[in-house]
Design a protein around this ligand. Structure first.
Ligand SMILES: *[C@@H]1O[C@H](CO)[C@@H](O)[C@H](O)[C@H]1NC(C)=O
Ligand SMILES: *[C@@H]1O[C@H](CO)[C@@H](O)[C@H](O)[C@H]1NC(C)=O
Length: 830
């Protein structure tokens, strides 16, 4: 394809270069008489899952401001589509979202927060389109079979109850409905769903199939009845370089119905700005929807901050308006759903020296908008799929607006450069350009995303006085759950297995109750540990958790129902320190969450014992682990265990839960600090200082010598303002920051680095940054580890994401030339 040819030719020699200058000089012609497909809008995705969980309980006015940035027209992202998860009671990436039907016989239209979010979006933009999709289904839907298509009428009834509930309870029209995220679809089921929607009066709700891979197009081509029931082909992370011929033959709109999943710095903006143009130019996709809408989920749950806007501090109200907002605004503030794209070669296409341009026209007026985007290979990648190699070069374009465009004398320009690393990068800056004889010229540097438009309502919205960041979860913390509303999730808790909702019970008080009665048809979690909801920080170590619990009356389950509290747990309590006590009074201290009753092998406890039976009355369970890595536990204030040694490398959240699918209740939750002595800090490091690895500070404690910023240029900037430099194999030092020096560029997966271990490769020598237990850090030698992960709250680069027994206590990249106790560190563990 021309894409490749251009890259290769371009690399050849100066001669070819000249040819390109000539090619560049030919104007780009924009002609309204060649309109093409209808534009279906740019969207954001809340869910898949629980990505918005911290937002409903966010401090005001921040919460309203965040919603304005996302949805208010001509202000920020000004989204045209809101896609939400239809909660399915099972882990769907960052947690579980409550279903509207935990059981077959009861519909609850007040569970979860997507109803609220859809209303807030509509309030701000009545024209926004709504799209619902299930990641998981309650177990009853498949009658325990795990297959949502086994009883198609039943599953259709379940989904239509959600669509109908949106209308009757909230007046919301669901424009689009999907099937089962990134899992199977089914011809018969889709036909039944279409019929059921029509019969219930929702003929206007369109079906998107199948929110997954490209093979759906071949399936639909072979099955006319199936294809007839489908309105839109929804693909996830489509590669522009795949073969879409089968999809085109269907003659249906093709959408990137989930896209990006990329961390939201300038690189994430570059990825997103690029694909929302390239998907049209290369493959005629008419909509892209970004996962995810708002990063309101804790670091330590998957895909941290791969979001349009990051808001992970509900206690402080601090939030970050990411450049991705403005990449979105480049399209959304200057188009409307229903505008038409201009065809390839008549307003859309590839730029002569790499990159893309797109034109949209308003069919009912003379308005039009163009986008130009040119991103270099190092900064173009989204998390997936992989991109081929290519080169782009700055160029100056001449754009010729043909008379059909009714060229005005002046056009509005909105300019961003997602590869400019100045203190004040160019993001969404306004200017104008003169049009002479239908022509204007436009310089498109590498990194640019540029909008040229007749629309004059563009605005870089802003709010004054966003509260400063305070990443530390506020301790000590307590919640008796009495001030929450019925059916809602507990403030700042994030359910990971099962669904925990506030409900008023027979004594008139509220409990936090686990609502899932049977293993759901899951998305990722196949059900190995019991239900759990977590709170706090991935960095916590020395804490005490206490909660009152009540088990339901016995139902003969094996092993007996148990209540559990955890400290130092990871997202799915695979690791952690967990104390469970069961109905009969048997207790166990575990190094993970409890295996699910009956279906999973029992775990070997760190300690166990018997106390008096707890039965179905209220009890208080507590667990404490401190700096000596010894656990203490108590029931109703009476000691169950004390000084039980636990592993040193576990760090993580506080958690409460159970060992099975029963309605355990909780009240009076609290989490508090256990005393520990913070370390002293170093003298200010100077250029030339050699980097080492040292034990990471405890408890989310911010220590300057371990604090790094991962810049979008791929520099590692230390809190001192200096940058890591690995010019040759050997020691890594601190130097004055300069983004043009390859020695300072450590290429890494800028998205995954916050969620798992990734390699950092020195661009100067293309060797990894490695560390070892002796404390040495170097480029290019084998070490105990060559992969690092980033903890954004403490800004630490750690050698493990979850507990790694082979590495022992977590080690952090450190700049400490010489221990000197003059420097007082700032505590975040307050
Ligand atoms: C549009 O044109 C570009 C070249 O400018 C080409 O690479 C691309 O495949 C074309 N797209 C379609 C959908 O034909
Ligand atoms: C919760 O705490 C309140 C206030 O201390 C107390 O009155 C109540 O009995 C406790 N409830 C339970 C179930 O422990």
């Amino acid at each position: 394809m021309s894409f490749w040819r251009r890259a290769e030719v371009f690399c050849l020699a100066g001669l070819c270069f000249a040819a390109f200058v000539q090619a560049s000089a030919a104007p780009i012609v924009v002609d309204r008489t060649h309109t093409s497909a209808t534009f279906d809008g740019i969207g954001g995705l809340s869910g898949g899952g629980a990505t918005s969980v911290l937002l409903p309980h966010y401090a005001e006015p921040s919460r309203s401001q965040i919603l304005d940035y996302l949805f208010k027209p001509n202000f920020g992202a000004s989204l045209q589509i809101l896609k939400v998860e239809i909660g399915g009671d099972s882990q769907s990436t960052d947690g579980t979202e409550s279903s509207h039907m935990h059981t077959e016989d009861r519909i609850d239209l007040h569970t979860g927060y997507e109803w609220w979010l859809m209303q807030e979006a509509k309030k701000r933009n009545p024209e926004i389109k709504l799209y619902g999709l299930a990641w998981a289904f309650p177990g009853w839907v498949g009658e325990g079979s795990g297959d949502p298509f086994k009883f198609p009428e039943q599953t259709a009834r379940y989904l239509v109850a959600w669509v109908a509930g949106a209308k009757t309870e909230y007046g919301l029209d669901i424009d689009y409905l999907g099937i089962w995220n990134e899992r199977a679809s089914d011809s018969k089921f889709v036909q039944v769903l279409r019929k059921t929607l029509n019969q219930a009066g929702f003929a206007r709700t369109k079906l998107v199939v199948k929110d997954g891979t490209l093979d759906i197009c071949n399936e639909l081509l072979k099955d006319k009845a199936y294809a007839d029931a489908v309105d839109i082909v929804g693909l996830h992370y489509p590669s522009d370089f795949a073969d879409f011929s089968a999809c085109r033959q269907l003659g249906k709109p093709v959408w990137a119905s989930e896209e990006s999943s990329s961390y939201d710095d300038l690189n994430g903006a570059a990825c997103w700005g690029r694909v929302i143009n390239s998907h049209w130019v290369i493959n005629r996709m008419t909509s892209s929807i970004m996962w995810n809408l708002v990063g309101a989920y804790y670091h330590g749950t998957d895909w941290y901050a791969s979001s349009m806007l990051t808001s992970v501090e509900p206690w402080s109200g601090h939030y970050e308006v990411n450049p991705v907002i403005w990449a979105t605004a480049h399209v959304t503030q200057f188009t409307k759903i229903g505008w038409r794209y201009l065809a390839n070669g008549s307003g859309s296409g590839e730029l002569p020296r790499g990159g893309y341009y797109t034109a949209w026209v308003d069919p009912s007026s003379d308005d039009f908008t163009m986008n130009f985007v040119k991103i270099s290979r190092d900064h173009a990648s989204c998390t997936r799929p992989p991109l081929p190699n290519f080169q782009v070069e700055e160029e100056t374009l001449t754009v010729l607006l043909s008379p059909s465009m009714r060229p005005p004398d002046e056009l509005e320009i909105w300019y961003s450069n997602f590869e400019s690393y100045d203190a004040d990068p160019s993001v969404f800056k306004h200017s104008t350009v003169q049009v002479l004889n239908g022509k204007f010229s436009l310089k498109v540097p590498v990194g640019a995303m540029i909008t040229v438009t007749t629309i004059k309502t563009g605005q870089k919205g802003s709010f004054q006085g966003i509260p400063p960041s305070s990443p530390s979860f506020p301790l000590n913390y307590a919640d008796d759950f009495q001030s929450s509303a019925d059916s809602e999730n507990a403030r700042w808790f994030a359910d990971q297995i099962g669904s925990f909702e506030i409900h008023r019970v027979e004594d008139g008080m509220r409990s936090l109750k686990q609502m899932v009665p049977l293993l759901p048809i899951g998305w990722t979690d196949k059900g190995s540990r019991g239900p759990m909801t977590l709170i706090g920080m991935r960095e916590w170590q020395d804490i005490k958790v206490q909660v009152s619990f009540r088990l339901p009356p016995p139902a003969g389950r094996v092993p007996a129902d148990a209540a559990c509290v955890g400290v130092r747990t990871d997202q799915m309590w695979k690791n952690g320190v967990v104390l469970c006590v069961n109905y009969d009074g048997h207790w166990e201290l575990l190094n993970s969450g409890p295996p699910l009753q009956g279906s999973s092998a029992p775990a070997t406890p760190l300690a166990s014992g018997m106390t008096k039976a707890v039965g179905s009355s209220w009890h208080v369970l507590s667990l404490e682990v401190g700096g000596s890595n010894e656990a203490q536990g108590a029931l109703d204030g009476n000691e169950l265990l004390s000084s039980v040694p636990v592993r040193s490398m576990d760090t993580g959240f506080a958690a409460i839960g159970a060992n099975g699918w029963f309605p355990i209740e909780f009240r009076n939750f609290s989490v508090s600090k256990v005393h520990w002595a913070p370390p002293a800090s170093c003298v200010e490091p100077r250029p030339g200082a050699v980097l080492t690895s040292e034990p990471c500070t405890r408890n989310g404690y911010y220590l300057q010598e371990q604090a790094w910023e991962l810049l979008p240029s791929y520099q590692l900037k230390h809190d001192s303002g200096l940058c890591a430099s690995g010019g040759a194999q050997g020691a890594v030092t601190l130097e004055i920051c300069d983004s043009t020096k390859p020695a300072q560029l450590f290429l890494n997966d800028y998205t995954l680095v916050r969620n798992t271990l990734v390699e950092f490769t020195s661009k100067a020598v293309m060797k990894p940054l490695a560390g070892d237990k002796s404390g040495a850090v170097f480029v290019g030698k084998a070490g105990d580890w060559s992969k690092w992960t980033y903890f954004p709250n403490t800004k630490q680069l750690r050698n493990q994401y979850v507990a790694d027994v082979s590495l022992g206590y977590p080690m952090c990249l450190t700049a400490c030339p010489k221990k000197d106790l003059t420097h007082k560190p700032v505590s975040l563990f307050t």
